[in-house]
Design a protein around this ligand. Structure first.
Ligand code: ADP
Ligand code: MG
Length: 870
């Protein structure tokens, strides 16, 4: 059965490769026409392609010629003529697939061809790298090719200001890290003016080291957070004020317990404004004082402890009105929950608020087309297909691969394993064969380094802290006798060229000291050796004490080793064991895939909501005339409000018209009285609503005449934008909370994801409704447009997290320290940076005291005084 599937796949693959080869041949065939062109004539091709594109030729039509031109330009400007296999990879990228090309095959150059072709469309092409250093390096390295052809290229850097970023995005080609692209997207959706935006669309991107970015780093979403806009103190203040207000017709507020509504009176409002020392409570849009007031009143008068909610372990928990059970994971929305917390005097959660967030998966899905390249993708082909709809195409190497990949050596103990590793290293060093040693953590690197120091073996240790310096060191890792110890990520993307005479001693030796959870990461390490047909060796040493073996199937191997009477420092090497290691890895890979899929399923709920909200923001920012929309919103909101009063009875004489008029006055300064509605004995809901809406439109028109049309439109946009932002942030918070608590639903035999989807949907509808009703209230109560006040680009005091590049937060701290960028040195930012720094800074290494008669810690088995201590 498997055989057949295999054959079909191979057949499909074969066909695909044949098609690719045909295209490659067409590109090669054009060389004889392109090569004789003068530099100027070659350059002129760009304008020609652009106009042909404008006249309807597709990028696919232009591909062979454009690739031939790019190839020739590369040859003339960099001295590198892309090999046929590189052209093949380039075609795959243009098609929006993933090209698996081994390390050292020259993927940086490969990208220039599809980048050039797609840049002809004039919408900007993005190239995504794993760190800032590589973004800068690759942009500079490939710039001669692009510039030769008359295109502009830039690289995003972490410390850039908005204006520089905008400029970078205006280039035909923009290199940058996933986090820079992602955070720019989020920030662009936080601005208050369209001219503060920096990006200009998502046309085509090529993701380098695509597995690192879309698989490894995809588990943590990008998050921009800032101090919560509603600080706890405000809640406590309003709770105190609300307690002093009196309920009653001629008092401060009116209460309708049946309809569960409260309305503040003129008198009450005056009192509150006096308490707060402000003139117009409606003026503060982001502080949302009106909302604070209303929620404090509701908390004070409508919500009953032990009926509506419980106070449990210092937390306010909602009681389901039907079942009487606690609804875990739910909070009252719009600040009501905090208002109740304030009233009850329990602690208000004043955590850093998420202001914007997106997973990398969903960021990259914004692009019309996305392509990827890496040395190791095939093991994750299913995931790429399922989540990104991208195929993985394995491109043959330019020269046949001759690296000797050896079977794993398996030791009983970790100690024995490291001793063996040290032996191998020392041996390579003596024979002048360069060796690159991979470890899984900074700590292990340090450990190995100590052992080598004792043996007097000079070496370098890298740990992906400073990308530029790492790159320098790793570039020398192929020199005779070089010993380089590196964690997995260190020096990624940098080529290791072999030094003189190294080929004769066997090329670069790669030694892995532990199997990673994912085979892919092991393959990355192996791939450092044997580039472009170079000789080389790869070897992993592992021990039964390694996590992977301890957790998955170590038992069996253990018993086997015992039965065979294997000594501690004697390795076994057997394909059976190598296979069971591989099986363990497959199990973990599958598990991790499921986790990532789950993350994405949850995020999909948020993603749809984000698309809607960001879409609305974009419309507003584009400066569109929203008059019609606004009128519709007013209409809808007021009719909804009226129905609250007219829905109580079939008989109009039972309607409480005073309260109805009072209720709509919450929304706009109504000029009509109860009498204007008509004969109370003969009213119908529709007519009442019409009368109210007419009145609202009259007031609306009067205000518009007063402000002038342009100012009125600007006010609408401004108020709507601010209302959306404030409500959306709150919604993010509530969704977070829901998600954290939803797992508990599983105890009640419910699928948390289904519950999350349903409730998330409901909460979003509530959000949209409350945006509209708040919008109406603010719109009618604001008098002046503060247009001349320069709008703040992005709120200050932001912290950035996620995306896996923890050095980002460090850079961020550096920026905060000099007071530049959007960051300031607020506590949150500093804390975030500190936390991130904790995870990337190497543990300080403490020299242990060793007794002279103790066994030497280098693992030699001799006494310390006779060995390293002598
Ligand atoms: P990868 O990203 O695939 O690991 P790089 O883009 O870092 O590979 O390139 C590896 C090396 O190959 C670089 O030193 C580069 O200069 C060289 N190289 C790439 N393509 C060519 C070519 N067509 N001709 C000559 N050298 C090339
Ligand atoms: Mg590379």
């Amino acid at each position: 059965m498997i055989r057949v599937v295999d054959k079909v796949l191979r057949f499909g693959e074969g066909k695909k490769l044949r098609q690719l080869e045909e295209t490659v041949a067409r590109v090669a065939g054009l060389e004889s026409q392109i090569a004789p062109l003068s530099d100027d004539a070659l350059k002129g091709k760009t304008a020609e392609f652009k106009s042909r594109f404008a006249e309807g030729e597709t990028l696919d039509d232009l591909l062979p010629e454009a690739f031939a031109v790019a190839r020739e330009a590369a040859k003339r400007s960099t001295g590198m003529r892309p090999f046929d296999v590189q052209v093949m990879g380039a075609v795959v990228l243009h098609q929006g697939s993933i090209a698996e090309m081994k390390t050292g095959e020259g993927k940086t150059l490969v990208a220039t061809m599809p980048v050039y072709l797609n840049a002809l469309a004039g919408q900007g092409v993005h190239v995504v790298t794993v760190n800032d250093y590589l973004a800068g390096r690759d942009a500079t390295w490939m710039a001669p090719v692009y510039e030769f052809l008359g295109l502009t290229v830039s690289a995003l850097q972490n410390n850039m200001e908005a204006s520089e970023r905008r400029q970078a995005y205006l280039s035909d080609i923009t290199y940058g890290t996933n986090t820079e692209f992602g955070f720019d997207y989020l920030r662009d959706n936080m601005v208050l003016n369209s001219d503060q935006m920096v990006q200009r669309g998502y046309f085509f991107c090529i993701v380098d080291e695509v597995d690192s970015i879309l698989v490894d780093e995809a588990r943590t979403p990008l998050i921009i957070s800032g101090p919560g806009e509603r600080v706890a103190k405000t809640y406590y203040d309003f709770a105190r004020i609300a307690r002093r207000l009196k309920e009653g017709e001629d008092e401060d507020y009116e209460l309708d317990e049946k309809k569960r509504t409260v309305a503040i009176t003129e008198k009450g409002l005056e009192k509150v404004e006096k308490e707060l020392g402000i003139e117009n409570i409606y003026e503060d849009l982001s502080g949302q004082l009106v909302n604070h007031l209303m929620q404090a009143l509701r908390a004070e008068s409508l919500y009953k402890r032990d009926v509506d909610y419980l106070v449990q372990d210092g937390e306010v928990k909602i009681v389901d009105e039907f079942t009487g059970r606690v609804l875990e994971g739910r909070r009252y929305s719009e600040g009501l929950h905090q208002a109740i917390e304030a009233r009850e005097g329990v602690k208000i959660k004043e955590e850093n608020q998420t202001l914007a967030t997106i997973t990398l998966q969903n960021y990259f899905r914004l692009y019309g087309k996305i392509a990827g390249m890496t040395g190791t993708a095939a093991t994750e082909a299913d995931e790429f297909r399922e989540i990104y709809k991208m195929e993985v195409v394995v491109i043959p190497t330019n020269e046949p691969m001759v690296r000797d990949d050896r079977n794993d050596l398996i030791y009983k103990t970790e100690k024995a394993k490291f001793k063996a590793a040290a032996d191998i290293i020392a041996d390579c060093y003596q024979r002048k064969q360069p060796i690159l040693v991979g470890t899984i953590s900074v700590e292990r690197s340090e450990h190995l380094s100590d052992m080598l120091k004792r043996r007097g073996v000079p070496h370098e240790v890298l740990n992906a802290k400073n990308h530029a310096r790492e790159a320098d060191i790793i570039a020398d890792a192929g020199q005779p006798g070089a010993v380089t110890i590196a964690t997995n990520m260190a020096g990624r993307g940098t080529d290791i060229k072999l030094g003189p005479g190294v080929i004769d001693v066997g090329g670069l030796y790669v030694l892995g000291t532990e199997r990673h959870e994912a085979r892919r990461v092991d393959n990355q390490l192996r791939g450092r050796s044997g580039r472009q047909g170079d000789p080389g060796t790869s070897q992993f040493v592992i021990s039964l004490e390694d996590d992977l073996l301890r957790i998955f199937g170590g038992e069996r191997i253990h018993r086997l080793m015992d039965r065979l009477g294997i000594e501690e420092d004697m390795p076994i090497e057997h394909s059976l064991i190598s296979r069971s290691v591989e099986n363990a890895q497959k199990k973990v890979e599958e598990q991790n895939f499921q986790i990532r899929k789950r993350v994405l399923e949850y995020d999909d709920v948020m993603n749809k909501q984000r698309e809607i909200i960001y879409g609305q923001r974009q419309r507003i920012l584009s400066g569109e005339d929203l008059r019609e929309d606004v009128l519709q919103i007013i209409d809808r909101v007021l009719r909804q409000e009226v129905s609250v009063y007219t829905g109580t009875s079939r008989f109009s004489e039972e309607w409480e018209l005073d309260e109805l008029v009072g209720g709509v006055k919450n929304f706009f300064p109504a000029t009509l009285t109860k009498e204007d509605l008509g004969d109370p004995l003969d009213l119908d809901a529709e007519t009442v609503a019409d009368t109210i809406v007419d009145d609202a439109l009259k007031v609306f028109q009067a205000r518009e005449d007063n402000f002038g049309v342009d100012a009125a439109r600007a006010l609408e946009r401004w108020v709507l934008l601010r209302t959306i932002d404030a409500k959306w942030r709150e919604h993010l918070y509530e969704m977070d909370y829901l998600r954290e608590g939803i797992g508990l639903r599983a105890l009640a035999q419910k699928d948390p994801l289904v519950e999350y989807k349903n409730e998330g949907f409901g909460m979003f509808q509530e959000l949209m409704e409350s945006i509209q009703s708040d919008f109406v209230k603010y719109l009618y109560h604001l008098e002046i447009v503060q247009e001349d006040k320069p709008a703040q680009a992005v709120p200050r005091g932001l912290a950035y997290s996620g995306g896996g590049d923890s050095s980002l937060a460090q850079d961020f701290a550096a920026r905060a320290a000099v007071g530049g960028g959007v960051a300031d040195s607020s506590g949150q930012a500093f804390q975030a940076a500190q936390n991130a720094a904790k995870t990337v800074v190497a543990p300080r290494h403490v020299e242990e005291k060793v007794g002279r008669n103790d066994l030497c810690p280098c693992g030699s088995g001799k006494k310390y005084k006779k060995c390293c201590g002598s």
